[in-house]
Ligand binder design. Structure first.
Ligand code: XUL
Length: 526
């Protein structure tokens, strides 16, 4: 019998499944189910419920449950050997929260396989919808909690991050303030990850140290609920939260609902889920401290493993627990491809090859020219008023502006990741813009580090499957090594390595000082 493990990823727009054969070191099945297309009855757009207020972004927990039924039905239909799956784990979009009443526990333990999950779960919610990570309607609550915790630095030191609108604590506070009766009727608060794990386990599941750190409620060092943060958020909160636990830890046998309905093995283990970013860290094989990846997408994110818990005094970056045991960090730059596209449009450059040709006409360091491309309000550094700033850079010089945008973004990444105190030996890059060699060369030179491309399709679900394998092995008394476990699953694309140019790297070592000064000067004016 093959040793199969299932990883599920409940993201904003879809639910994905990845099944791995551990001994063969192979992904044997993968599938995604798009919420809007597969389940139009829930009326989401890109996984979000329409709302008149542009700051409010909610989704539906019943949609996620419906998707779970559907993905299992699909696996059964596709002939996946569901009876051979030894353990299941998963990941969820971070920060989103689900509110359950006092009927939830009983209903979860008695899920009726003759009915759908949606039919079973009707009546267990104390709040019909779930605020998700895209919501930014809690600025006031962020300020209130931050103040009670002693400011930005103290909040980050205590909980791993400054308060952010999308984080669960500020969201819970808003719910408590605006819907007091519904808050009082809430017996359990779950994250997307722990809600999904609860369905599979047939009982209220713990929240893990990775996703728990995205709440502004967990003591990042002790990995337990932080009493001060709980008190600053809402009354009686501790009694509504599940225990915290390591991701992949066994919750129990999978619920009989899934055994009877889809043919899962009754001995299969249901394990604790995590957030999608922590799971991706595993899926990409970033196990050793100092291993980092950059995702160049709509926004750019810089994330990776971290040895010590090192929080950001400026409150720009986040520290989460890593499923591999230690910590991970994540920094999100909003003006990623968004800003690169804006420059391309502004100078009417037909495509990225042409853009690269123009850039090649200039030299590393751009003669000291600096651009600050904050087309949108920026997260890192915190910029509330969008604006583009140029220093010693002629707006009419097209080639210099092409180089300036790439250099600015990579210098900003280097500058704002210094607090993490990691010196990577190599950087993995993924995402839409990661096939742009000109951009990757600037990245390698600015970071003075090898850069390798890596394919990340379903990296979170793959990480979750590996987490299931780790949890299973631990439960059977073994001490599995993460490095061994992930080996062979995610490999960089062959021939994609870009080495830093030592001369250029020296230029950037100097230019970063000027870049930092320009940032300070611009921030003072807004
Ligand atoms: C991380 C974050 C997003 C979501 C996306 O802090 O908000 O990356 O996890 O699913």
């Amino acid at each position: 019998m093959a040793k199969l493990f299932l990883g599920l990823d409940s993201s904003t727009q879809s639910l994905s499944a990845v099944v791995i054969d551990l001994d063969a070191r192979k992904v044997i099945y993968e599938k995604s189910l798009n919420f809007d297309k597969a389940l139009p009855q829930h009326k989401t757009q890109n996984g979000v419920l329409p709302n008149g207020d542009p700051l409010v972004k909610h989704s539906s927990p019943l949609l996620w449950a419906d998707a779970l039924d559907l993905i299992f039905a699909g696996m059964k239909k596709d002939g996946v050997a569901l009876g051979d799956i030894l353990a299941i784990s998963g990941s969820g979009q971070q920060h989103g929260s689900v509110y359950l009443n006092d009927r939830a526990e009983k209903i979860l333990t008695n899920l009726n396989p003759k009915k759908s999950l949606v039919e079973n779960l009707n009546g267990i919610f104390s709040r019909k919808t779930s605020p998700i990570w895209m919501d930014s309607s809690t600025a006031r609550e962020c300020a209130e909690i931050r103040k009670k915790l002693g400011g930005i630095k103290a909040t980050a030191q205590k909980t791993g991050s400054d308060t952010f609108e999308r984080f669960t604590g500020p969201q819970i506070r808003k719910f408590y303030k605006t819907e007091k009766a519904a808050y009082a009727k809430t017996s359990h608060i779950a994250l997307v990850s722990s809600f999904m794990a609860s369905l599979l386990a047939g009982k209220i599941a713990p929240i893990d140290f990775g996703d728990g750190a995205g709440m502004n409620l967990m003591d990042i060092r002790k990995k337990s609920w932080h009493d001060g943060a709980l008190a600053a958020t809402a009354p009686k909160l501790k009694s509504k939260l599940p225990p915290l636990a390591a991701s992949g830890k066994t919750i129990g046998k999978v619920s009989p609902y899934f055994v009877e309905k889809f043919g899962l093995n009754p001995e299969a283990l249901a394990t604790v889920w995590t957030g999608d970013n922590p799971a991706s860290v595993i899926g990409l094989g970033l196990i050793k401290p100092g291993q980092v990846a950059i995702s160049l997408g709509t926004s750019d994110t810089f994330f990776g493993s971290m040895q010590k818990c090192q929080t950001d005094a400026h409150g720009e970056g986040h520290v989460f627990g890593s499923p591999a045991g230690g910590y991970m960090t994540l920094i999100c730059f909003k003006n990623g491809s968004l800003a690169r596209e804006k420059i391309r449009e502004l100078y009417q450059i037909s495509d990225w090859n042409k853009f690269g040709e123009l850039l090649a006409k200039t030299k590393p360091g751009n003669g000291g020219a600096i651009l600050l491309p904050w087309f949108e309000a920026e997260i890192v550094p915190r910029v509330n008023q969008p604006g583009v700033h140029r220093f010693d850079l002629d707006e009419k010089n097209v080639a210099a502006n092409c180089r300036a945008i790439f250099e600015a973004q990579m210098l900003s990444m280097r500058l704002h990741s210094q607090w993490m105190q990691v010196s990577p030996e190599q950087i993995f890059v993924t995402g839409g813009a990661s096939n742009d060699r000109a951009l990757l060369q600037v990245l390698a030179d600015v970071m003075n580090c090898r850069v390798l491309r890596i394919e990340v399709s379903k990296s979170a679900a793959l990480g979750a499957a590996l987490q299931a394998a780790h949890g299973f092995s631990t439960a059977t008394g073994k001490k599995p090594k993460w490095e061994k476990l992930v080996a062979g699953f995610s490999k960089p694309i062959s021939g994609s390595e870009i080495k830093p140019d030592k001369k250029a790297a020296k230029i950037y070592d100097k230019l970063i000082e000027k870049y930092a000064e320009c940032e300070c000067a611009a921030l003072k004016t807004i």
